[in-house]
Design a protein around this ligand. Structure first.
Ligand code: GLN
Length: 489
C-alpha cells in the first residue's frame, strides 16, 4: 500500500482504476477514505440524503474479491454517488421529497443495476430539488446543498448534491438527471463536468419520472475522460424502458485523443446577444479562443426559436409532471396523512402535506394546461414550438459539428436570492432547456471563474454524437486546468 491516503480523492477514475489493479490500495480503503471525507465535510455541505457506510464497505469488499480474481472492469471498486432519484433496492429513495421519505424500493433502476454489475461502489444517495424541480437545490425536503466554492451560494439544481459532492471530492464521480438543465447547470455552478446524453441513450427505468419526454440520466465527473468511462456503463438499450434507443454504443473513450482540427463549432447568435452579461461573455470567448487555437473553426449560426424554449418547457414539463405525480396518492407507497376520514380526505391531505410548494405549483400549472378548455391554447401550442426548436437544431447541425455557448446566465447566486421569484429561477435554464426539448446531447465543462466562482462552457452535439462533444471537451481539458481546481483540500 504505497499511495498516501490524502491523495486518493484527487485521483481521476483512470488513476483509481490503475491503482486498484496494481493493488496500490484496495476498494475497501478507497471507500473508507471517501466515507471519512463525507463524515468530515458533509454536515456543512449537505450533499447526501442517505449514506449507508456498511453497505458501501460490503460492496467494496465484493469488488476487492473480483479484483483479486483478475477482473479488470473500468469502474470496478470505484466509489460513486447516486442521485436520490434512482431507485435502489433496499435503500431509501426519496427524490428529495417528504412524499418518499419512507420509500424503500423493491428494485434497482437500470442505471444502478448496470453500475453495480460493473463493480462500482455506491457511496450514498445525493440531495436534489424535490422531484428534480428547481435550479438551486432549495426545494429539497432535506434542506439546501451548499456550494463548496462559497457556502453562502447555491450549487445549482436539481442535481446539486451530486455536483457539490464531486466538486468537494466527496466522491470521484456521481450520477445526475437532466430534464431542463439539471446536470449541466449545477455542473457549471460547481466547476465540474456534466453530460446529458441524447434522449433515449440512458434507460429511465427506475429513475423517478418528472417529465418523461425530457428526463435523461448522465454522468457528473471532474473531467470529460471520466465522464466517458461512466457513460460507457450507463448507456445501452433497455427492454424495461420503451423509450430506450437501439443506438449503437461504441466505446466513448475512443475518440477522446483525436485532434479537433477542422471541427466546426456553431455560435448561436441568440446565446451571445446583449442579454448575456459581459463577464460571462468574456469567459465563453476565452474558451472559444482556446478551441480555435486547437484548430476548431467558429461558425455563426441561428437558433431563431430559442427565446420560446423556456415558455414551451414550462407548459410541457409541468403537464407531464402533473400526470406522473398523480401516482403519489397515499395508497400504495410513500407518505400517507394521519387518520384520514375518508378516501377523498386521504388523497387531499396526503398530497397537500407530502408535496412542497414548487411541486404543487407545477401540478397546478400542468393540470390547467392539459384541461379540455386550454389544451389547444397551451399544450398543443407548446408541442408545436418544441418541433420548431428541434428543426432549428437540425438545420444548424447541417453546418456545424458542435454548438457552443454559456451553460448558465451567471455563476452561483446567494442562497435564497431567487426563491421568491419563480420566473427568475426558471430563467437559470435559458441556455440549457432547448437541448432537452430537442432531445440532443449536451455538456458543461469548467471554463474559468468570475469573482472566484466557477463558470461553465456548454457544448451541444448532434443526435447520438456524444463522442464529438466528449472529444472537444477532453481536448480543451488538455490545455486548461479549470477542471482540476478544487474548492477544498
Ligand atoms: N430547472 C429546471 C426545472 O426546474 C430543470 C430541472 C431539471 O432538469 N430536472 O424544471
Amino acid at each position: 500500500m504505497t499511495k498516501p491516503n490524502t491523495e486518493l480523492h484527487n485521483l481521476t477514475i483512470a488513476e483509481l482504476h490503475s491503482g486498484l489493479q496494481q493493488k496500490q490500495f484496495s476498494s475497501h480503503e478507497l471507500t473508507e477514505h471517501f466515507l471519512q471525507r463525507i463524515a468530515q465535510l458533509d454536515t456543512e455541505l449537505n450533499c447526501f440524503i442517505s449514506v449507508d457506510a456498511e453497505r458501501a464497505l460490503m460492496l467494496a469488499d465484493e469488488a476487492d474479491q473480483r479484483l483479486a480474481n483478475g477482473d479488470t472492469a473500468d469502474l470496478l471498486g470505484i466509489p460513486i454517488a447516486q442521485k436520490d432519484i434512482f431507485c435502489t433496492r433496499g435503500m431509501r429513495t426519496s427524490c428529495g421529497s417528504k412524499m418518499l421519505d419512507n420509500f424503500i424500493p423493491p428494485y434497482d433502476a437500470t442505471v444502478i443495476a448496470r453500475m453495480q454489475q460493473a463493480g462500482a461502489v455506491m457511496l450514498g444517495k445525493t440531495n436534489m430539488d424535490e422531484f428534480a424541480m428547481g435550479s438551486s437545490n432549495e426545494t429539497s425536503y432535506y434542506g439546501p446543498v451548499k456550494n463548496p466554492w462559497n457556502t453562502n451560494t447555491v450549487p445549482g439544481g436539481s442535481s446539486g448534491g451530486s455536483a457539490a459532492a464531486v466538486a468537494a471530492r466527496l466522491a470521484p464521480a456521481a450520477t445526475g438527471t437532466d430534464t431542463g438543465g439539471s446536470i449541466r447547470q449545477p455542473a457549471a455552478l460547481c466547476g465540474i463536468t456534466g453530460l446529458k446524453p441524447t434522449y433515449g441513450r440512458v434507460s429511465r427505468y427506475g429513475m423517478i419520472a418528472f417529465a418523461s419526454s425530457l428526463d435523461q440520466g448522465g454522468p457528473m465527473t471532474r473531467s470529460a475522460a471520466d465522464a466517458a468511462v461512466l457513460l460507457n456503463t450507463m448507456v445501452g438499450h433497455d427492454p424495461l424502458d420503451s423509450t430506450s434507443a437501439h443506438a449503437e454504443c461504441s466505446d466513448f473513450t475512443k475518440q477522446l485523443p483525436k485532434s479537433i482540427k477542422g471541427l466546426r463549432i456553431g455560435l448561436p447568435k441568440e446565446y451571445f446577444d446583449q442579454r448575456l452579461n459581459t463577464a460571462m461573455a468574456d469567459k465563453v470567448h476565452e474558451a472559444l479562443q482556446q478551441l480555435t487555437a486547437l484548430g476548431a473553426e467558429l461558425v455563426d449560426i441561428e437558433l431563431p426559436n430559442s427565446a420560446l424554449s423556456v415558455p414551451a418547457y414550462y407548459v410541457i414539463a409541468p403537464a407531464e409532471a402533473s400526470s406522473n405525480l398523480s401516482r403519489f396518492d397515499g395508497v400504495r407507497y410513500g407518505y400517507r396523512c394521519e387518520n384520514p376520514t375518508d378516501l377523498e380526505d386521504m388523497y387531499t391531505r396526503t398530497r397537500s402535506e407530502g408535496f412542497g410548494d414548487e411541486v404543487k405549483r407545477r401540478i397546478l400549472v400542468g393540470a390547467y394546461a392539459l384541461s379540455a378548455g386550454y389544451y389547444d391554447a397551451y399544450y398543443r401550442k407548446a408541442q408545436q414550438i418544441r418541433r420548431l426548436i428541434k428543426e432549428d437544431f437540425v438545420k444548424a447541425f447541417e453546418k456545424v459539428d458542435v454548438i457552443a455557448g454559456p451553460t448558465s446566465p451567471s455563476p452561483a447566486f446567494a442562497l435564497g436570492a431567487k426563491q421568491s421569484d419563480p420566473v427568475e429561477m426558471y430563467l437559470e435554464d435559458i441556455y440549457t432547456i432547448a437541448v432537452n426539448l430537442a432531445g440532443l446531447p449536451g455538456m458543461s465543462i469548467p471554463a474559468g471563474f468570475i469573482d472566484e466562482m466557477p463558470v461553465g462552457l456548454q457544448l451541444v452535439g448532434n443526435y447520438f454524437d456524444e463522442s464529438t462533444i466528449l472529444n472537444t471537451a477532453h481536448q480543451y481539458q488538455q490545455v486548461t486546468d479549470w477542471h482540476q481546481r478544487s474548492p477544498i483540500d
